[in-house]
Every structure is written in C-alpha cells, then in structure tokens.
Design a protein around this ligand. Structure first.
Ligand code: 13P
Ligand code: SF4
Length: 305
C-alpha cells in the first residue's frame, strides 16, 4: 500500500468513528497531513478542549494525551503509540517536589507541561514553551519554583527579572545535547542563515539565537521572515515541515543529533491501527487525580490567553 492509500483509509475511518486526530509539530509529514490539527503543546491543549468529536487520537508523547484527557474527560482519548514518552516528564516525581516545596513554603510551583499527571496534582500552574514568560509575569506570586527544565527556567528567569526563581536541574536530553560548538559549526557553514532555537536549548546556544520560541513560534517566524536561510535549533522534524512549507527557502538542522526518538516512534500505521481499535492505548484517569491535575492546566489556559 502507498502512503497516499493508507492516508485515504485513515481519513475515511476518522469520519466513520468520529475521531479527531491531533499531531504535535514534531510528527512526520505523512501524519501531519492527515491530522485535524497540528501545533505546539500550548495550541494542542487549547484545541483539545474545543474539538467536537467523541474520540481523540494524540500523535505525540504521553503527557500530551494525558492533557487532552484531563481537559476532555468524557471523550475517549488514545495515544497512537503507547511507547512514546517524554524523558523530561519522567525526571521528577511528586514526592521529590513535595520535599522541595516543604523547604520553600512561599514559592508557587510552576510546572512545564512536560510533566506527569501525578506531578501536576501539586503544581500551582502549568506553562508551555510559548506561554511560560507570559504566565510567570501574570501570576500573583513573587517566588517561583520552576520545574523541571533548567534551560527553559533560565530563559524565563532572564525575561522576568521582577520575580525570584528557584530552578532544579532537569531538562530535555535532545535539546540539552546542543552546545556552543554546534552553533559555531553551523554558523560557519551557513553564514547568511538566521538561528532559530527552542528555549529547551542550553543558554550557551540560546545566546546566539536570532529568535527563541516554541516549535510553532519557530515555524511562524521562518515563514514570515524575509531571510532566505535558517538554522533550526529544535527537533529535526521542523526542518522537514519548513522545507515543505517554504520550498524556496533553505533550512539547516543545528545538528544531525537533534532527534527525539520518542517523537519519532509514532508511525502512520500506528494511527491506522488505533482507528481500527487494534493499537494505541486508551488513556484512563481516575476522576480524583484528574480533578487535582486539571486545575494547573486550566490556570495555564486562563493566564496564557
Ligand atoms: P512546544 O512547546 O514547542 O510544543 O515543545 C514541546 C516539546 O516537547 C519540545 O521539546
Ligand atoms: Fe520530551 Fe525533549 Fe522529546 Fe520534547 S524533544 S518530547 S521535551 S524528550
């Protein structure tokens, strides 16, 4: 079967089963093409609330499917490939953060959405890469315990100098792999290119960036820019999508190693099998946990606008 034929079967099954397919921007082009909505973590969270369908398939990683279930408890929500996790989300557990919280009683816990549902139950507010600065400025608390990403936390702290931040040393293994030498090598190879990076990259990378933002932010910037060449400092799927969107511009990965294996694990066949009821995993969440965890996501949407 060709890719096109499999996509046609998916589109038909999607209608027959009243299913909305959400795809994170890191998914491959063949999956993005059959999705009802593609975007960054923040946009997917907002979309999850408003989709009219009774079923949702998330093509992304587990915390994204969990967020959809929190916001839409009456829908059946599926993670297209159950092995797609986010290593950063697993780095800190509720017990660890409860201990840290006990020593910082007047700090608000601001959790990157890349966290487990259990950890979200003790967070005051969630943020995404595109909304973190805005939300940290907007919340009433002056003291912020920002978890788990130290790189995103450092980026936010520099832009919200009026608040006190306590950071812990978590982070994304994919983005944290990038170093100053990767930047210097890429800039030397492509001297006319602008450098666009995700704030999960280390400060030694971010300091060279012409633009810092979420996956959607990076794509918007590149589409609208008059520049013709760009070095992309986030997962390499974004390089591929931009090449399709803007075939007359040139996009170079900051490094061939900017690959998130968890985001790569979901295939078009997984989506097909999930629609047929022969694959994927339905997200099950007990109501007490959901109610405790969804509060910080709803606050995120309220402050994020
Ligand atoms: P976005 O907020 O840009 O969607 O990033 C999510 C993510 O996992 C980046 O690694
Ligand atoms: Fe998690 Fe990093 Fe992969 Fe994003 S790129 S899903 S933060 S491991």
């Amino acid at each position: 079967m060709t890719v096109r034929q499999l996509q046609d079967k998916i589109l038909q099954l999607k209608q027959e089963t009243d299913t909305c397919i959400l795809a994170h921007s890191y998914m491959s082009q063949d999956i993005c093409d059959i999705a009802d909505f593609t975007g960054d973590s923040y946009a997917l969270s907002v979309k999850a609330k408003s989709a009219p369908n009774s079923n949702v398939i998330m093509c992304g990683v587990r915390f994204m499917a969990d967020t959809v279930k929190m916001l839409s408890p009456r829908k059946r929500v599926f993670l297209a490939n159950p092995s797609a996790g986010c290593p950063m989300a697993e780095q800190m557990d509720k017990e660890l953060i409860e201990q840290v919280k006990a020593s910082l009683p007047d700090y608000a816990v601001v959790a990157y959405v890349n966290t487990t549902t259990s950890l979200k139950t003790i967070a005051d507010v969630c943020v995404t890469s595109s909304s973190a600065v805005k939300i940290c400025k907007a919340i009433p608390q002056k003291n912020i315990l920002f978890i788990p990403d130290i790189n995103l936390g450092t980026y936010v702290k520099e832009r919200v100098p009026e608040k006190n931040f306590k950071l812990l040393s978590g982070g994304c293994p994919t983005h944290a792999r990038m170093s100053e030498s990767d930047v210097l090598r890429a800039k030397k190879a492509h001297p006319d290119a602008l450098l666009l990076v995700h704030p999960e990259c280390r400060p030694e990378v971010v300091k060279y960036a012409d633009y810092v933002g979420s996956t959607s932010g990076i794509m918007d910037f590149a589409r609208k820019s008059d520049n013709r060449e760009f070095i992309i400092g986030t997962e390499n799927a974004i390089v591929e999508h931009l090449q399709f969107d803007c075939p007359d511009k040139k996009f170079y990965p900051l490094s061939k190693d900017l690959v998130c294996h968890n985001m790569k694990v979901t295939t078009l066949a997984d989506v097909y099998n999930c629609l047929k009821g022969e694959g994927g995993e339905e997200i099950v969440m007990d109501e007490e946990t959901r109610l405790a965890a969804v509060k910080c996501i709803e606050k995120m949407i309220e402050y994020g606008g």
